[in-house]
Design a protein around this ligand. Structure first.
Ligand code: CA
Length: 361
């Protein structure tokens, strides 16, 4: 190769690199303005603020290349329309929980929580390393959505009761606000499940329209003031043992982003997932102290006989859900295979340790 030819070649090479560089630069300058619609009232503690945290994180991590604006329930669309809104691409992101979309498919409830199902730690293990996420992606793919886990409540409380629960008979005719699969289980145990939005719970319990209600855990429950109108605070939250919150993203909008921004968005969701779980853990134990020490709340365990019956009925209800269609069965099989194995491991690890630590404390 003569010198002149080499320089020419090099020049072409430089030009190619230059134009590539320019296009990368142009890409780096592109600004994206995204909307995140949520099922939560604006700034609702932990859940709504968890959505805000995720949006801020994306803004910061991308240096402002993506700016996400968060909309509370009803601001842009009503809470339960966010799934379709993001599916259509009217907003790029949605923040909620998969059991709200059971109207699309009952099996989606596995990606939130099921009675006597996985804890937060186990749920994340199933999603990230046990095949759960691939199934979730497959479930949302027909809607043009990419799902991500974006938070977890941890084990919830069984709820606030104005009647004691000492045996199965005490559930007969019990009018309780408890949505979803937990409600179906209560119904089979002889109770009357009622579904009411959070904002109406205080009045319904105070007026005696309902005898009991579940909500989340000490932090959110204290904020609602249930201790002022209910006598007993029962545990554990058998019906919601580790509810996963989600952020789903419009797939076309995600695909339009350069690869680095796609990675940031997906990994920011992962950070938000961890953030909410530790936030709940931290806030709940502090709120529990306030409920017990300041408000003298009567905190009680549901009796074994009651929990055992609820456990049997839960297995029935979840198995029926699995038998609705082939895909539901596939999700169920994956979830319950994982559950069976993790129970065996956690019996001699987390559970064995926690039992002894409490015993000697
Ligand atoms: Ca709940």
């Amino acid at each position: 190769m003569n010198r002149r030819h080499f320089i020419k070649q090099a020049g072409v090479g430089t030009l190619a690199v230059g134009s590539l560089g320019l296009s990368t630069q142009a890409q780096a300058k592109t600004r994206y303005r995204w909307k995140m619609v949520t099922t939560w009232p604006k700034n609702f503690p932990v859940l709504g603020t968890g959505a805000n945290f995720l949006a801020q994180l994306i803004n910061q991590m991308t240096g402002g290349r993506i700016r996400v604006k968060v909309y509370g329930a009803g601001e842009l669309v009503p809470a339960f329309e966010i799934f379709d809104t993001v599916s259509r691409g009217t907003a790029e992101m949605g923040h909620g929980s998969a059991y709200y979309w059971k109207g699309k498919s009952e099996a989606l409830q596995f990606f939130s929580t099921v009675p006597f199902g996985l804890t937060a730690q186990e749920m994340n293990a199933w999603l990230y390393h046990g095949g759960g996420m691939a199934l979730w992606q497959k479930a949302y793919q027909p809607f043009g959505l990419q799902p991500t886990a974006a938070g977890n409540t941890g084990v919830q409380m069984a709820g606030w009761f104005n009647k004691q629960v000492n045996n199965l008979e005490d559930l007969q005719g019990l009018k309780m606000r408890i949505p979803g699969l937990g409600g179906e289980v209560l119904k089979r145990a002889g109770g009357t499940p009622v579904n009411l939005p959070g904002g109406e719970l205080f009045t319904a319990l105070q007026s005696g329209t309902i005898d009991a209600t579940e909500w989340v855990g000490p932090y959110n429950d204290l904020a609602f003031g249930f201790h002022k109108i209910a006598q007993y605070y029962y545990y554990p939250g058998w019906h919601e043992p580790g509810t996963t919150l989600e952020c789903f993203i419009n797939q076309k909008a995600l695909n339009k982003l350069p690869k680095d921004l796609q990675s940031i968005v997906l990994n920011a969701c992962r950070v938000a997932n961890q953030q909410m779980e530790v936030e709940f853990t931290s806030l709940n134990h502090a709120a529990l102290q306030t409920l017990i020490n300041k408000h003298k709340v009567d905190v009680r365990a549901l009796p074994d006989s009651v929990l055992k019956k609820l456990y049997q009925l839960s297995n029935e209800v979840v198995a029926e859900l699995a038998n609705q269609n082939h895909f539901a069965k596939t999700i169920y099989n994956s979830y319950y295979r994982f559950r069976k194995q993790v129970i065996q491991w956690h019996q001699i690890s987390e559970q064995a340790y926690l039992n002894k630590r409490s015993q000697f404390n």
